[in-house]
Ligand binder design. Structure first.
Ligand SMILES: NC(=O)c1ccc[n+]([C@@H]2O[C@H](COP(=O)([O-])OP(=O)(O)OC[C@H]3O[C@@H](n4cnc5c(N)ncnc54)[C@H](OP(=O)(O)O)[C@@H]3O)[C@@H](O)[C@H]2O)c1
Length: 316
């Protein structure tokens, strides 16, 4: 009886307290959702250029932005794949096609062509609101074995080509004093792994470039968002270049078990409409790796040595 009385008296203290916390929390959540819904609506009619739109994450992003009424400009090398994506967009989302997707084939390795491509887009759409730099290639191979040509190709696509396209788009954004540039980097742009030196270095370079750019153009009302995904289930490992430049051709277990591109695309679109400066899009382990690299570097060096040794033992 006494115990019951204690519980009831405690309840009478805690009930108003918990209500005082719960009610503002619920109101905060509802307001947040309403605001987010409104933010998604701002995508309607926006011109969004997406590189790497012929497969994987870029393709999923094209669907997500198109779903919200954006005019998507699909860019990559393979025209046929871009046409497949355009056809899928038109057939999957049954809506009037006021903003039909546009196809602009481009090669991020061909820097001179990129300015021309941007001019072509501007002739059709007269503006670019958001640039999503998603095109990229990965690497498999040790530093000793990897040829300079492979380093050059990966750096060209993931860094210099992306930078060149960004510069070409930027002139118009600066003139109009509005715009948003998004870089799809990687957790490997924050934490380097053995046998990924070219990829990790290119994504680290991209992160640094984005940080400098963000500060320089903040006063011109242009936003910069860096997305650092962990693993996503795409063809990235299949298309990765080996030490001699051949495609790796293997679906890695880590990639296979990664987030679905559709899930990753939803998270990225939310980060874009919220104008986040950067997000890490991954499960706990890659986030932990970023933490360890920053605050416990000796542990990171130890773990990476072990990982590299294990790989050497497996291949020797
Ligand atoms: N999948 C993951 O686990 C993961 C994790 C972190 C970050 N990311 C990043 O996500 C982005 C998208 O990759 P994904 O995972 O979707 O892999 P993916 O399916 O292999 O897609 C790569 C895209 O990049 C394009 N691309 C490659 N080389 C190009 C070039 N020279 N010029 C123009 N476009 C080129 C490809 O199109 P074409 O072949 O038609 O040119 C393709 O559309 C990459 O930047 C990647 O680094 C992926």
């Amino acid at each position: 009886m006494n115990a019951l009385r204690d519980i009831l008296s405690n309840f009478s203290i805690f009930a108003p307290l918990s209500l005082a916390v719960t009610i503002p929390w619920i109101v905060f959540k509802i307001l947040g959702r309403t605001w987010l819904k409104k933010s998604y609506n701002t995508l309607n009619g926006k011109v969004i250029v997406i590189t790497g739109a012929s497969s994987g994450l870029g393709e999923a992003l094209a669907h997500e932005f198109y779903r919200y009424g954006a005019q998507v400009v699909l860019c990559a090398r393979r025209r046929q794949e871009l046409e497949r994506v355009r056809s899928d967009l038109l057939h999957t989302h049954c809506k009037d096609t006021t903003h039909p997707p546009i196809i602009i084939p481009l090669n991020l390795n061909n820097f001179d062509q990129l300015k021309e491509c941007v001019e072509k887009i501007l002739t059709i759409t007269s503006r670019i609101d958001i640039l999503i730099n998603c095109g990229g290639i990965s690497h498999r191979g040790t530093v000793c074995d990897t040829t300079l040509d492979v380093y050059q190709r990966i750096m060209s696509v993931n860094y210099i080509g992306t930078l060149a396209l960004t510069k070409a788009v930027l002139s118009d954004m600066v003139r109009k004093k509005s715009g948003h540039i998004v870089f799809i980097s990687s957790v490997q742009g924050l934490v380097a792994l053995p046998e990924r030196s070219a990829y990790s270095a290119s994504k680290h370079a991209l992160q640094a470039f984005a940080d400098s750019l963000r500060a320089e153009i903040a006063s011109k009302d242009i936003s910069v968002t860096v997305i650092s995904p962990g693993y996503i289930k795409t063809s990235l490992s299949l298309n990765a270049l080996t030490s001699n430049g051949d495609p790796h051709g293997i679906m890695d277990v880590t990639t296979e078990s990664g987030y679905s591109p559709e899930y990753a695309a939803k998270k990225i679109v939310t980060a874009v409409v919220q104008k986040k400066k950067e997000i890490i899009l991954s499960s706990l382990l890659p986030r932990l790796a970023v933490f360890i690299r920053k605050y416990l570097p000796f542990l990171y060096f130890y773990i990476m040595n072990k990982r590299a040794q294990k790989k050497t033992n497996l291949t020797s």
